[in-house]
Design a binder for this molecule. Sequence first.
Ligand SMILES: Nc1ncnc2c1ncn2[C@@H]1O[C@H](COP(=O)(O)OP(=O)(O)O)[C@@H](O)[C@H]1O
Ligand SMILES: [Mg+2]
Length: 348
Amino acid sequence: MTSESGALLQIKNLKKHFHVGGGFLGGLGGQKTYLKAVDGIDLEIEPGTTYGLVGESGCGKSTTAKMVLMLEEPTDGEIYFEGQDALNMNREGRKNYKSSVQAVFQDPWASLNPRMRVENIIGEPLEINTTLSRKEIRTKVGDLLEEVGLQPYQAGLYPHEFSGGQRQRIGVARSLALNPKLIVLDEPVSALDVSIRAQIMNLLMDLQKEHGLTYLLIAHHLATVRYMCDKIGVMYLGHMVEEATTDELFDNPTHPYTQALIGAALPYHPDDEKEESILEGEVPSPIDPPSCCSYIPNCPETFAECNDNVVATKTVSPGHTVGHCAHCVDHYGCYWFPRVNPNIERNQ
Ligand SMILES: Nc1ncnc2c1ncn2[C@@H]1O[C@H](COP(=O)(O)OP(=O)(O)O)[C@@H](O)[C@H]1O
Ligand SMILES: [Mg+2]
């Protein structure tokens, strides 16, 4: 199967449900229990652009990343890369996909083997996937180090001999080794000092321009996605609740959850760096999500119709979509989001 879309990456109705208990000898009356980490998301990333996935911890961002990286097998759904069905590729296709889609993770300390010299960390993908000679690999590693702002002589050092920002540069160099088309950046600057974040973000944006790279950027930090992304998807409890271009999302956030995330992240004073966009209250468990359109923990005024748990997408303007339970789509103003504002006025 192929897709007609011009997107580099296209995801359709992607789901990952983890089996977390019950079933055979598992108790709970023998019923299998599933945690719906990702529960049917769609997105498209145009070549050469950056797509940001935001949402609080536990909403399914990394699980989405892992499915794109083929580190987790989806429960359902489709992934197309350059129009090709990535989940049903032959061996050769899979190998090409894995070279073309690389990753940079949050914690460069954890993702770099402390016992390997940098030349081996960066050279490993080249050794495994190419026929380059040792000498050629050494030259390429030196070039990659220079590209990320380090020096070729540093190839002989170990990860502990670098600062946090430099280690993330090594992670970026490794991700570039096989000339990928898409890089999945899972919280690439979250573990770094605020003072270093901008340097790494600028490096990533320079590399994007130079190599025509496409990024899927995952972050809970709104300033990061605002700075780097062309388009943003907001996730909540495994669902995509809103998607728009970056300017449109920040100018006209429409889902109450997005409004709350943006509101919570706005500093009181422009000089203040307000780090987290964490809302008050608990996100409901993805193991047993509330029946009413899943975003709603304790809706003060649920309607019988909401219990159908149907999520519909409403188009606010071209390219700007919002997901609501089908009933609430027609009843804007959303009485139902107590974590946003428990005293919210009805708006009918
Ligand atoms: N291997 C796993 N088995 C069971 N549950 C998992 C597994 N991986 C992630 N989860 C759960 O899936 C949900 C989404 O996790 P994750 O994708 O890591 O969220 P995020 O990256 O947005 O913080 C969380 O509730 C998490 O505990
Ligand atoms: Mg994560």
